[in-house]
Design a binder for this molecule. Structure first.
Ligand code: NAD
Ligand code: UFG
Length: 334
């Protein structure tokens, strides 16, 4: 029988790509999203890509009754939980909003799931839970520490899930720690649509290339790295989407609580990324060096071997594909 998956935040960037993959794998999908950082046109686009329209509930995870109602109405088997706020800077200015949305919202979801005996969950965590103290490649066993309320909201939820599993081992929980998601669906129909001036590198680069922004400020050229610029583990959003499918299959086979890094295991510098983008798109990206950005680490990349060993998942898309797909989305749709 077809499984029904409730995807909170399924109209957002990573959620929408995952929904496409779930539909393509023959699952039934219910998107539960309050559209605070997305638009319902994404649902139409998901249908255009996959040939199937997911159910869509415009709902808020701060409303436990609304979650209960959807879980019941659609006889949900499992939940993938993307819904959350994700801006580090905003979380520093408005910590309570972040704790309410990301922590209280998750508690509501877990309570509703428990009431209906839906005990399979994939949770969107972040490499941010590793803080600044670890030397890459970072394995799941690295100590966790956080430096801002956004990161703390992820760490708190991870700890709540650990307590929940300890109290009731019937839960099947997969915690996925993403490194730096970039790129877009190769159709160019869905992708990342940041509001205002982007904070993250790839959307900023794409907006310079299209002429919306004048130049990229590269934050720091004096790091102890190959070219002095910061190094990150950029991962194609379609690889991430496939990681969620692998995680769902895995917890079905091997019920437990397990945390996995989703990264490529490859570090790429800011200058290397700019160069890859220029080569993949034929567009010039003007840049200037600026001071280091407060809170940034010099290098971060994953040890993704556990996800391969346990779930049989590994990222396969190149940096050039990440750039070409991000550009197709930026230049044809946004
Ligand atoms: P996104 O903002 O594009 O998607 C999040 C979705 O959740 C949006 O559609 C938004 O409308 C919805 N949402 C937010 N609060 C909600 C609420 N209270 N009720 C219902 N829906 C709500 O973000 P994304 O990049 O797709 O990130 C998805 C998840 O992955 C988030 O939890 C984020 O913290 C995590 N994550 C993202 C990154 C990244 O760099 N993009 C890295 C690590 C982890
Ligand atoms: N960078 C620039 N100029 C910019 C933007 C970024 O030089 O305009 C550099 C940064 O200094 C860093 C690299 O590009 O060296 C990547 O920066 P991003 O902002 O794209 O990503 P971060 O690794 O800083 O942060 C991301 C998410 C966070 C999350 C963190 C760890 O945005 O939410 O990964 O998972 F906490």
């Amino acid at each position: 029988m077809k499984k029904t998956i409730l995807v909170t935040g399924g109209a957002g960037y990573i959620g929408s790509h995952t929904v496409v993959r779930l539909l393509e794998a023959g699952m039934k999908v219910v998107v539960f999203d309050n559209l605070c950082n997305s638009s319902s046109t994404t649902i139409e686009r998901i249908e255009r890509i996959s040939g199937t329209r997911p159910e869509f509930v415009e709902g808020d995870i701060l409303n436990e009754d609304a979650i209960l109602h959807s879980l019941q109405k659609f006889s949900v088997d499992a939940v993938i939980h993307f819904a959350g706020l994700k801006s580090v800077g905003e979380s520093v200015s408005n910590p309570l909003t972040y704790y309410k949305n990301n922590v209280v919202g998750t508690l509501n979801l877990l309570n509703a799931m428990r009431q209906l005996n839906v005990k399979t969950l994939v949770f969107s965590s972040s490499a941010t839970v590793y803080g600044t103290g670890s030397t890459p490649p970072i394995a799941e066993t690295a100590p966790r520490s956080v430096t801002n309320p956004y990161g703390r909201s992820k760490l708190i939820v991870e700890e709540i899930l650990e307590d929940l599993y300890r109290a009731d081992p019937d839960w099947k929980i997969s915690v996925l720690r993403y490194f730096n998601p970039v790129g877009a669906h190769p159709s160019g129909l869905i992708g990342e649509d940041p509001r205002g001036i982007p904070n993250n590198l790839m959307p900023y680069v794409a907006q310079v290339a299209i002429g919306r922004l004048q130049f990229l400020s590269i934050y720091g050229n004096d790091y102890p790295t190959i070219d002095g610029t910061g190094i990150r583990d950029y991962i194609h959003v379609m690889d991430l989407a496939e990681g969620h499918l692998a995680a769902l299959n895995y917890i079905d086979r091997k019920p437990a609580l397990a945390a996995f890094n989703l990264g490529t295991g490859r570090g790429v510098s800011v200058l290397q990324m700019v160069d890859a983008f220029e080569r993949a798109t034929g567009k010039r990206v003007k840049y200037e060096f600026a001071n280091r950005r407060k809170g940034d680490v010099a290098t971060s990349w994953a040890d993704p071997s556990l996800a391969f060993q346990e779930m049989g998942w590994k990222a396969s898309r190149s940096v050039e594909e990440m750039c070409a797909d991000a550009w197709r989305w930026q230049s044809t749709t946004l």
